[in-house]
Design a protein around this ligand. Structure first.
Ligand code: B12
Ligand code: SF4
Length: 464
């Protein structure tokens, strides 16, 4: 029997994380009846030509879409395939379509949108399409004609293993310039941060794979691909300390020789005991990423981060003790954020950076991403938000926040520049200004940023 061809497309994006969402939905299809091809726009010289070629004779194209620039490429892909292969059904899924199913299905000319967890809904949809039927009644999906009932999230332990042979793992290693495998052990999050869409999409639900399954899968994947590092892409990897302890113990017991990095909330790090930190370190944990968000406790409380500033420092201290690096993510320019609050964030960044060379800080400008309480509140107050797919695609175009005026922006940009230059890997062009940058950072001396102007003149892309 000839198999039905299903093509999955990952739009272009500036980073090279493996397309785990597409791997998940591709792995859940009946492979004895469906032949699955993933086209990754980030790996192709001419993604649309490759996609049009791959979808020739295909029953369905699935596109995974994040808010922002990927929307533009997703629209182009949809238009190209629609024009060349009109009988190929086109389904969008992932975060942006899940937040705006009606906008998506009306504006993009797609046949159906899958909302939230995609495995079972997409599997049912392609069965329908293969049988020449439509999407009527398929829970968890929306079409222009049917807003079907929502689908409850399934425990991910009941879903199939992710089949990495659907992607060219070696090509991803080459793009990343390291043999780093991306892997995800959970879906959803129990927290309620007001700038984040996860509580809207997964309704504060969380499912985590059993530790034995995580260890077994990693062992098989390690034997096959011999990766040297794993990037755990969970929203919050350290959700249950016992579970993480068991995963670490299993990695050790199976002698899996790789390092790993994972996400950790400040409160989770502060609660995690030294025994667990030590076990994770022995099992290869090299770095945690902590979404601290702000250096102002008032701001943290306002955004319902449910974490204390002190906990971030306690986490940093424990990580230093155990030889684990930390990347702290911070955001400035929340709606009406005061200059004092921004200054508190820069001060916290400096203190955290001071824990040592393995303690890094990334400073972002706030953007009102959709499906979050802060964005909903802005809409109620009449703030002009993007409308429709094309306007949401442009949200990444602005490089700062509307709530950061020129003065604050100048301070933030100088801070970012000198922090980065001061502690970046030495290079020929950086070395002369590195010592000066550190001196400036230590004393908050950012006036007359001559080195920044020179760097911008010499290499604009390195200076911002
Ligand atoms: C890896 C990652 C990335 C990667 C790219 C991922 C990719 N497409 O290859 C990179 C680094 C590029 C990235 C960038 C950004 N990301 Co990001 N990212 C993640 C992260 C950590 C993991 C994604 C993942 O692999 N998950 C595991 C898989 C299994 O889950 P999934 O992708 O959700 O897929 C499921 C469903 O969504 C659905 N599904 C997904 N695709 C498809 C496709 C079809 C056809 C169907 C039917 C279903 C379907 O089914 C899947 C299985 O259930 C998530 C958080 C998370 N844990 O999900 C954030 C997350 C997706 N990112 C987010 C954000 C905010 C960003 C950035 C804006 C961050 C920033 N400030 O720069 C940028 C966007 C840049 C841009 N506009 O280009 C938000 C989502 C926001 C949004 N509205 O889109 C998330 C949820 C984090 C958060 N809680 O805020 N990200
Ligand atoms: S920011 Fe992180 S911890 Fe907060 S709700 Fe989102 S995923 Fe959960």
């Amino acid at each position: 029997m000839q198999k039905h061809r299903i093509v999955l497309y990952n739009p272009r994006a500036p980073f090279f994380t493996m397309p785990l969402g597409l791997i998940a939905i591709g792995s859940a299809l009946d492979r004895s009846r469906f032949e699955v091809t993933i086209v990754d726009g980030r790996l192709e010289d001419d993604p649309l030509a490759r996609l049009v070629e791959a979808t020739d004779g295909a029953a369905c194209l699935g596109v995974g879409v994040l808010t922002g620039t990927p929307i533009t490429d997703a629209i182009a892909a949809t238009e190209a395939v629609r024009a060349r292969h009109p009988s190929c059904r086109i389904v969008w899924g992932g975060w942006h379509p899940s937040l705006f199913p009606m906008d998506t299905v009306l504006e993009a000319g797609v046949d159906a949108v899958v909302v939230g967890q995609g495995e079972q809904t997409f599997a049912e949809l392609v069965e329908r399409f293969a049988a020449g039927a439509d999407a009527a009644g398929v829970a968890g999906c929306v079409t222009a004609a049917h807003a079907n009932a929502p689908r409850a999230t399934t425990d991910i332990n009941d879903l199939p293993e992710h089949d990495y042979s659907l992607i060219d793992v070696e090509r991803h290693f080459a793009q990343k310039r390291e043999r780093q495998l991306d892997y995800v052990t959970s879906q959803g999050c129990r927290f309620r941060c007001a700038f984040c869409a996860d509580p809207t999409v997964f309704r504060r639900g969380w499912f985590g794979l059993e530790p034995m399954r995580v260890a077994r899968e990693l062992q098989q994947l390690w034997r096959r691909y011999r990766f040297t590092d794993v990037g755990f892409q969970d929203e919050t990897f350290f959700t249950h300390a016992n579970r993480i302890g068991s995963i670490a113990d299993e990695i050790l017991r199976r002698d899996l020789e790789f390092t790993w990095m994972a996400t950790m909330r400040a409160d989770q790090g502060a609660r995690l005991d030294d025994r667990a930190f030590a076990a994770c370190k022995r099992a290869g944990l090299r770095r945690v990423m902590v979404g601290l968000e702000s250096g102002s406790q008032a701001m943290l409380d306002w955004m319902k981060k449910d974490a204390k500033l002190d906990q971030a420092f306690a986490t940093a201290e424990k990580c230093r003790r155990h030889g684990i690096g930390v990347l702290f993510n911070l955001i400035v320019g929340f709606p009406e954020e005061t200059g004092d609050s921004v200054a508190a964030t820069l001060t916290a960044a400096k203190r955290l950076r001071g824990f040592g060379p393995d303690f890094q800080v990334a400073l972002f400008y706030y953007r009102p991403y959709p499906g979050t309480p802060i964005t909903d509140d802005l809409a109620r107050r009449g703030f002009p938000l993007p409308r429709g797919l094309r306007e949401w695609a442009a949200i990444d175009d602005r490089s700062d926040s509307p709530w950061v005026d020129a003065r604050k922006r100048a301070v933030i940009e100088r801070f970012r520049f000198y922090q980065r230059i001061g502690w970046a890997k030495p290079s020929m062009w950086r070395r002369p200004i590195q010592a000066l940058a550190r001196w400036r950072c230590r004393g908050d001396r950012y006036a007359f940023p001559i080195e920044k102007a020179v760097a911008e003149w010499m290499r604009p892309s390195m200076a911002s």
